[in-house]
Design a protein around this ligand. Structure first.
Ligand code: GLU
Ligand code: MG
Length: 448
């Protein structure tokens, strides 16, 4: 019997995303899915201790003990197309205890709780969108003489890649992710795709699904896509820029205030100040691969320093430009972009951490940070000091140490949640350091 003649039962997959942003789960026949949608399926606590390369890190707080359930959230229902079968149903879940109570190590619940606390204490909610860059590995950036054949942003590259772009946008649309833009990015082999903003939970859900859909569509069409922050020695960096803005209880945008510096409202200023205050601990949660720190360095158009900036693509927090014309609503466009994140991390944790840090800033009524306009490399050491511009962690180990020292941030997690994060990441450093340089890039490229 040929593969085509074989009967196929379309699948439905119940999913979570782990500490390294790996999307994992279990599948059932779509015909049986109703029952699983309400009851969920079993899950193993030690799965939280999986590293991005597939091994369970020892020691971890769970061992072989315990049982959990993945409880699907119907609001996250989506789909992905696979070769020769009906689209596969996807649903994201919260991890719960056997009695249905939230598990204290569930990454999605971490974001849910941050959203709920922000709302309860301030009445505010967050609108967000994750902007993804990635590499198409088969793209040849240089011909035999070493001359680059990558023509950034060009129509030539865009058309040569068809039908990949149109297929990715269609797949994202069919999955309900509201795609916006597809473009050849600056670095060799690099592409970018954006989706519309949504409430925080939906935005993070979309980020998780987007990576899977893009990789899968590329694979179906004979390409290989990787979201690894850096795929080869001296290669360009791929970021995941997280856009955030604040809405009040009525859904009115409240991030913008044209009377203030940079147009940043007082409450959004405190929110931004909270993120900067906890930046180096948050970076460990937002850029958690060993190779992440090759991308996060001055001069790479990722992040050059921990500051709030406008007209500058190396600000950790960037005020995005407004496109003003008669009748436009700048308050609806105005948003902050957190540029440090990459795909080695879990979008629920990244956005949860940004919301928690922002909430700390609002609670403490921190004054808005100084907005550095334009070239921050032109600032004198005295000015950097005056504006409180922080330096970034230089390695994953450094970032994890800085996280350890910020007890406000570590306090956002249950002790065993935090312990597992540190264990997974420290073991990842040890493993990756045992690899050759080429294998290090290969491991991250394959995992992401
Ligand atoms: N590739 C840059 C990064 O690693 C971002 C370039 C840009 O889109 O501004 O974040
Ligand atoms: Mg970009």
């Amino acid at each position: 019997m040929s593969e085509q003649q074989m009967r196929k039962d379309p699948l439905a997959v119940i999913l979570t995303s782990d500490l390294s942003g790996q999307c994992r789960g279990r599948s059932v026949r779509q015909a049986d899915f109703e029952k699983y949608l309400s009851n969920g399926c079993g899950w193993v606590p030690a799965n939280l201790a999986l590293n991005p390369f597939g091994a369970i890190v020892e020691p971890n707080p769970f061992g072989s003990v315990g049982d959990l359930r993945l409880r699907p959230d119907p609001a996250s229902l989506s789909q992905i197309s696979t070769a020769g079968a009906e689209p596969t149903t996807l649903v994201l879940s919260d991890i719960v205890n056997q009695d249905g109570t939230p598990w204290d190590c569930c990454p999605r619940t971490f974001l849910r709780d941050a959203i709920a606390d922000l709302k309860a204490e301030t009445g505010l909610s967050v609108l967000s969108s994750f902007e993804h860059e990635f590499m198409l590995l088969e793209d040849d950036e240089a011909d035999d003489d070493g001359v680059s054949t990558n023509i950034a942003f060009s129509l030539k590259n865009l058309l040569e890649k068809e039908p990949l772009g149109s297929s990715i946008l269609a797949a994202l649309h069919d999955a309900g992710l509201e795609p916006e833009m597809w473009l050849p990015e600056y670095s060799a082999k690099q592409w970018e795709v954006t989706v519309s903003p949504a409430d925080a939970l939906t935005a993070a859900d979309r980020a998780i699904l987007l990576r899977e859909i893009v990789r899968n569509t590329a694979h179906q069409l004979g390409h290989r896509a990787s979201f690894s922050p850096v795929v080869e020695e001296n290669g360009g960096g791929s970021g995941v820029h997280v856009h955030v803005s604040l809405l009040d209880a009525d859904g009115t945008p409240v991030t913008y205030d044209p009377t203030r510096e940079g147009g940043l409202s007082a409450v959004a200023g405190s929110f931004a100040a909270g993120i900067l205050r906890h930046a180096n601990a948050v970076i460990a949660l937002a850029a958690s691969g060993v190779v992440s720190y090759e991308r996060l360095a001055p001069g790479r158009w990722s992040v050059g320093g921990a500051f709030l900036g406008e007209n500058n693509r190396e600000a950790l927090l960037r005020i995005c430009p407004l496109f003003e014309r008669p009748g436009s609503k700048p308050e609806k466009q105005y948003n902050l972009e957190f540029r440090a994140a990459d795909a080695t991390t879990n979008p629920w944790i990244v956005l949860g951490a940004l919301i928690r840090a922002g909430l700390e800033g609002i609670r403490a009524q921190l004054p808005a940070p100084h907005v550095i306009s334009g070239d921050f490399y032109a600032l004198t050491p005295a000015e950097l000091d005056q504006y409180d511009v922080g330096t970034l962690p230089t390695s994953l180990g450094d970032a994890l140490d800085q996280l350890d020292r910020d007890t406000v941030v570590t306090g956002w997690f249950s002790p065993r949640f935090y312990e597992t994060f540190q264990a997974v990441k420290r073991a990842e450093i040890e493993y990756v350091e045992s690899l050759s340089t080429a294998d290090r890039y290969r491991a991250y490229t394959a995992a992401y």
